[in-house]
Write a protein that binds this ligand. Structure first.
Ligand SMILES: C[S@@+](CC[C@H](N)C(=O)[O-])C[C@H]1O[C@@H](n2cnc3c(N)ncnc32)[C@H](O)[C@@H]1O
Length: 306
């Protein structure tokens, strides 16, 4: 997932803002983001894996970086694991979608449009800095981690989940290819219409921007080294999802070729339920035994000494 060699940090941030502003309206549907019981269970399980335990008391003040439409912090707040949420993102479009969902869930939230490398918050103002699927978009990670350290109170924690591992990123090419090869037969089977030409063009344009918005994938050692350089201690890196991701990319790649309203409800239900079932094989059988670098996603936690 390399950034194009000509991409400057400003260009990467600009493309990220435009790409995510444009994606905001359909983001939750595209990624199957849930704000009910399943969503809460998923995010709690991620925090549990990242920290190695689930705290028995809620975090007081939490800052989410690249909060998007709110998957991580809104679900954690709705489940009672965070008291006060500040949701930050470089994309105003994503944050306005997050605010609508927060209102619907009755979760009070403060939002801030800002980039991870320059946070508009006082020193030592949060107990938890967290993020999901965001680090791989940030051009200068040392600067960003220095900011996370600065805004954390002594004794505070960082938790970042859903970061692509280098191995997993390469592996994902196979199911993406398999999904697009199988797509015509799949559409016939479920009687879905192919995307209109203009919509297909839009999807292709979006796909072609991915190398510009996704600028890193990581090894566990690289993530560890970044936290150490910023001054954190007790770093922990774990891996998550292997077969679930292979299956998830096959279904998403097929679905991306069909008009969304012609994909039957039973298929969406099947795709989601089967993904959750396969996830259990990962979390019960593979994750406890295999090294983190083999998985698609990496989860990271570290602390600021008290
Ligand atoms: C893949 S999305 C993940 C959104 C959300 N955390 C989730 O898991 O659904 C990445 C998010 O990071 C934001 N982002 C990208 N670059 C950023 C930067 N330099 N600083 C802050 N946010 C950024 C994007 O606008 C987008 O909302």
């Amino acid at each position: 997932m390399p950034a194009s060699p000509s991409a400057t940090p400003d260009h990467i941030k600009d493309v990220n803002t435009r790409y995510h502003d444009a994606a905001a309206g359909s983001y939750d549907e595209k990624w199957g983001i849930d704000f009910g019981r399943n969503g809460r269970r998923q995010v709690e399980s991620k925090v549990n894996k990242a920290l190695g335990y689930l705290p028995d008391r809620p975090f007081g003040d939490a800052l989410e970086i690249g909060a998007g439409t709110g998957y991580f912090s809104l679900n954690l707040a709705a489940g009672g694991l965070i008291q006060n949420v500040t949701a930050s993102d470089i994309s105003p479009g994503m944050l306005s979608s997050l605010s609508e969902t927060a209102e619907r869930l009755a979760v009070p939230v403060r939002t801030a449009v800002c980039e991870a490398e320059v946070l508009p918050f006082d020193d030592a103002s949060f107990d938890l800095v967290l993020g999901h699927a965001v680090l791989h978009h940030i051009p200068d990670l040392d600067r960003a981690f220095a900011e996370f350290f600065r805004v954390l109170r002594p004794g505070g924690l960082i938790v970042f989940c859903g970061e692509p591992s280098r191995h997993g990123d390469r592996l994902a090419m196979l199911p993406k290819l398999a999904g697009s090869v199988a797509a015509p037969a799949w559409r016939r089977l479920i009687r879905a219409r192919p995307l209109e030409h203009s919509e297909q063009q839009k999807a292709d344009d979006e796909y072609s921007l991915e190398p510009e918005v996704d600028v890193h994938s990581f090894s566990p050692d690289e993530l560890r080294a970044m936290t150490l350089r910023a001054g954190f201690t007790s770093t922990r890196v774990r891996g998550e999802e292997l077969v679930a991701n292979l299956w998830g990319w096959v279904t998403r790649s097929m679905e991306a070729t069909a008009e969304p309203e012609t994909v039957p409800r039973w298929w969406r239900h099947f795709a989601f339920r089967s993904y959750l079932s396969v996830q259990k094989i990962d979390s019960r059988v593979l994750e406890p035994h295999l090294p983190p670098e083999l998985f698609y996603n990496l989860l990271l936690s570290a602390g600021k000494a008290a």
